[in-house]
Design a protein around this ligand. Structure first.
Ligand SMILES: [Fe+2]
Length: 270
């Protein structure tokens, strides 16, 4: 039996009406994967899964990345819990996860454990829909461009008070060049943008900067974006190959805590 769904907005996001048992049964994984690919993001309100259940549910959808403790990465700005918390300041800016990896992750599951009193809403933008709506002459241009992505670029933007030591650290991370338009195995196309985008290959700095800014602005117009106001126990899965995301800034002292499980990438970015 198909689970009931409600679209969250015309161009992105679908809520599933389901409880934890429905999801853990694995009986609906094909439907969930299909809707995820079509709609960019799926939401399960207040399903209240614990870590073990979240990981078990993730495994019904694909292979999972070995990260954090027992496949749960704790998204918090508290460095005593997550040593790499400084990198998470970059999550305040639009990005796709893993643009400096050979194959970006397929999807992530994120559940809300502790909320911030202010900020902390997460936003996703549908990069398939944005590409679809580009004027034909812009499609013709972006179809043949390639873009360098780096951790240094997003980190400089996210940490305005950076030191030389920080820069040296960021430069140890990989830099990767990808097509600006991802042609998926399905034949559909999506834009590959975000704050890791450093430079359009072969383009003058100013022209490159202007084009990347223009495309980011275009792709994050309200009709492509869904903003989620979290309740504790909510679980969201986003298709990392067809969306960008960011979080509304919150303070390190807020105690905000999200638990993330990530599905291994399944298709190269070509
Ligand atoms: Fe992210």
């Amino acid at each position: 039996m198909q689970l009931k769904t409600i679209d969250l907005s015309p161009r992105i996001g679908t809520e599933f009406l389901a409880d934890a048992d429905d999801l853990l049964s694995g009986a609906h994984s094909d439907q969930i994967r299909e809707v995820l690919g079509e709609r960019g993001l799926v939401l399960f309100r207040e399903v209240d899964m614990d870590d073990r259940q979240q990981v078990a549910f993730a495994r019904t959808l694909g292979d999972i990345i070995d990260q954090g403790v027992d496949n749960i990465y704790k998204v918090t700005l508290d460095k005593s819990i997550t040593a790499t918390a400084d990198y998470l300041l970059g999550t305040f800016l639009w990005h796709i996860d893993g643009t400096t990896d050979a194959i970006p992750s397929r999807a992530s599951l994120l559940s809300a454990r502790v909320l911030s009193e202010t900020g902390g809403q997460t936003e996703w933008a549908n990069t398939y829909a944005a590409y679809e709506d580009l004027p034909q002459e812009e499609k013709d241009l972006v179809d043949r461009l390639r873009v360098v992505h780096s951790v240094e670029t997003i980190s400089r933007l996210a940490n305005p008070d950076f030191t030389e030591e920080d820069v040296a650290d960021w430069r140890t991370r990989s830099v990767r060049t990808h097509p600006l338009v991802w042609t998926h195995a399905s034949g559909r196309k999506s834009l590959v943008l975000g704050s890791t985008a450093t430079q359009v290959e072969g383009m003058e700095d100013e022209e490159s900067k202007a084009l990347l800014e223009h495309l980011l602005e275009f792709a994050t117009q309200t009709q492509y974006v869904y903003q989620h106001h979290w309740h504790v126990g909510d679980l969201v899965i986003w298709d990392n190959t067809g969306t960008m995301h960011r979080v509304v800034p919150y303070s390190a002292e807020s105690g905000r805590m999200m638990h993330r499980t990530t599905l291994v990438g399944e298709e190269p970015l070509v």
